[in-house]
Write a protein that binds this ligand. Structure first.
Ligand SMILES: Cc1cc2nc3c(=O)[nH]c(=O)nc-3n(C[C@H](O)[C@H](O)[C@H](O)COP(=O)(O)OP(=O)(O)OC[C@H]3O[C@@H](n4cnc5c(N)ncnc54)[C@H](O)[C@@H]3O)c2cc1C
Length: 553
């Protein structure tokens, strides 16, 4: 926690030294004492402090200074820190100016020079003022601050990225937060530059991409080595498990993730059926624990970083990254999971990130307070999201094509939904069109049985339909099923292309693709179970086969 600041300004170096010494002796433990002989320098400093989100508790300024009078300085300082206490140091002849300043700059106190003995003339005043400041003051948020428009897709992406990577941030909506407006004015930032991200060290990124935000937040997107034993692509449950086992078994491992650790599971508000957690755990918690475990075993984690292709050079594999970098590895585990399918409703792309969200979006839940939200999909992920949103929104509507949830959702979730009065299931219904200006405002609901249509107000629409494998990026000629899921192990044998591709005497290992040393695990694999536990199990198993593969090469 940063200490609040006492800022002292006096052009007379000797006097300044004396006052700083006295103030530091008594208040140095709880406050940071900053001093300068130049009022102009102090003003420059204030801008910097404001960007760093530092707090000033008290200004102590001399009145007679060549650059500007103390009263003028305190007036300017007030625009930066209106709640800070303002104390003027005056000579006897300046008493009148000091009295006028009580009204002009809402001066809190004026002290006569000299202040000896300080125990009688200085400390009681400062202590009183600082106590007053402390009792009326709420500590400021320390960390990353994002200023932007609530319904901007760019703002949403940054919020989602930071929360997915478990980096705390404060969201400041430029339309209704005065601190947001102050920060923009202070730094001459225009609307076209939004969203803007302010960091603790005072640096500011205008309209940044995720890579810039990640690098500035301390995430690592570049590999430190050129050769690895195993490269794990995707940090969902399957990739994380592979990383933990790879690292713990001494493999030189790198894991690459385009967004945030946890994958689909990371977006879940509560996973209730994962072994060993009888009261459930959030996806964020699971990811945090797994990532800590993997990094403890020395696994290198690159994020945000997207893999754009794999190529072969003898028995080595070359991983191509989006930023143009390449890294070499002796084996690969593909754990890139699945993405949601796009909703086929008119104009839906127009509002993606601005009221329409694919998958769970816990970052936007608070913005749905007292409003109606809709969820499309009848699976467990949709059910969990409904339960979570029911705590924030007025009413939550689950839109499904089937008459009820019985064939698509676990019974425990169906029971929870039945017991939640503000969740409503709209069976045999689809969304035909969405409407709005800058953000989603309304949707058109179509009844599949009666063909009737009606419009409804909708603050946010969350889409959880079907899952398509994330395999288009691979580039290599790898055998996939007709839906694009990667085939592995003995299942490859049924493909005529396999005989041409496979040149080894042995059969492929259980999770091996038709390219030796390249494995697939978790939801991206044909025949996967689509559960956290099975993805974790496959990730761990893949490492076992990596060892066997490496032993033969
Ligand atoms: C909201 C929700 C709730 C769920 N709840 C449960 C539950 O309660 N119980 C349960 O058992 N299952 C649940 N599931 C299902 C479970 O989360 C998945 O089965 C599991 O996450 C699959 O893990 P995975 O590692 O195979 O893939 P994913 O979780 O899909 O992870 C794949 C990762 O790869 C990354 N990636 C993709 N392409 C690239 C690339 N080119 N470069 C770098 N990285 C890439 C993605 O960003 C992603 O992080 C839920 C799913 C959702 C969406």
């Amino acid at each position: 926690m940063k200490k609040p600041i006492i800022l002292i300004v006096d052009d007379d170096e000797q006097v300044l030294r004396a006052v700083v010494r006295d103030v530091r002796n008594v208040y140095g433990k709880d406050y940071r004492i900053i001093s300068t002989t130049s009022a102009n320098e102090a003003i420059g400093l204030l801008k910097d402090l404001k960007n760093k989100n530092e707090e000033v508790a008290l200004f102590l300024s001399d009145q007679r200074m060549p650059e500007m009078l103390g009263v003028e300085f305190l007036g300017k300082a007030k625009t930066f820190y209106p709640a800070a206490k303002r104390i003027l140091l005056t000579a006897y002849s300046d008493t009148e100016a000091a009295i006028r300043a009580i009204n002009d700059v809402q001066l809190d106190y004026y002290l006569m020079k000299p202040w000896d003995p300080p125990e009688e003339k200085l400390f009681p005043v400062l202590t009183d003022q600082l106590e007053d400041w402390t009792s009326n003051h709420l500590p400021l948020f320390q960390g990353i601050r994002i200023v932007g428009y609530q319904w901007s897709p760019k703002s949403h992406r940054i919020k989602d990225f930071l929360s997915g990577n478990l980096l705390p941030y404060q969201w400041l909506d430029v339309e209704n937060n005065s601190a947001a407006k102050d920060l923009l004015t202070l730094n001459n930032i225009e609307a076209k530059d939004l969203p803007v991200v302010f960091f603790d060290d005072g640096s500011v990124l205008l309209n940044p991409d995720l890579q810039q935000v990640g690098e500035k937040s301390g995430l690592k997107s570049r590999a430190s080595k050129t050769m690895y034993d195993v490269a794990i692509i995707g940090a969902g449950p399957s990739g994380l498990a592979a990383a933990v086992y790879g690292g713990s078994e001494g493999l030189n491992s790198v894991m690459i993730e385009r967004r945030a650790p946890g994958g689909q599971a990371g977006t879940s508000s509560r996973i209730e059926n994962y072994l060993g957690f009888p009261s459930g755990l959030s996806g964020a918690d699971l990811s945090r624990r797994a990532l800590t475990q993997a990094t403890r075993f020395g696994v290198e984690f690159l994020t945000p970083q997207e893999v754009t292709g794999i190529s072969l050079a003898d028995t080595y594999k070359i991983i191509k990254l989006k930023n143009g970098d390449e890294l070499n590895t002796r084996s690969v585990i593909i754990t890139t999971g699945v993405d949601y399918r796009s909703l086929e409703a008119e104009d839906v792309e127009k509002f993606t990130g601005a009221g329409v969200y694919y998958g769970a979006s816990t970052t936007e839940a608070h913005a749905c307070k007292e409003q109606d939200v809709y969820i499309v999909g009848g699976g467990n992920s949709a059910g969990q999201s409904a339960m979570y949103l029911a705590n924030h929104a007025k009413d939550v509507y689950l839109v499904i094509r089937k008459p009820d949830l019985s064939s698509t959702m676990s019974q425990y979730l169906i029971d929870q939904i039945k017991g939640t009065s503000n969740i409503h299931v709209l069976g045999e219904t689809v969304i035909g069109k969405v409407y709005g200006n800058d953000k989603l405002e309304e949707i058109c609901l179509e009844d599949l049985k009666t063909k009737s249509q009606r419009q409804a107000k909708c603050a946010a629409l969350f889409i959880f339909i079907g899952a398509k494998p994330v395999t288009n990026w691979i580039g290599l000629d790898i055998i996939k099923d007709d839906k694009g899921f990667i085939e592995t192990g003995r299942d490859l044998m049924k493909y005529p292309a396999f005989k041409k591709a496979w040149k080894l005497q042995r059969e492929p290992f259980l999770l091996e693709t038709c390219s030796p040393g390249i494995f697939a695990a978790g939801d991206v694999r044909a025949g996967a179970m689509n559960r956290v536990a099975s993805a974790v199990g496959e990730g761990a198993m893949a490492i076992k086969f990596v060892h066997e593969y490496l032993a033969e090469n």
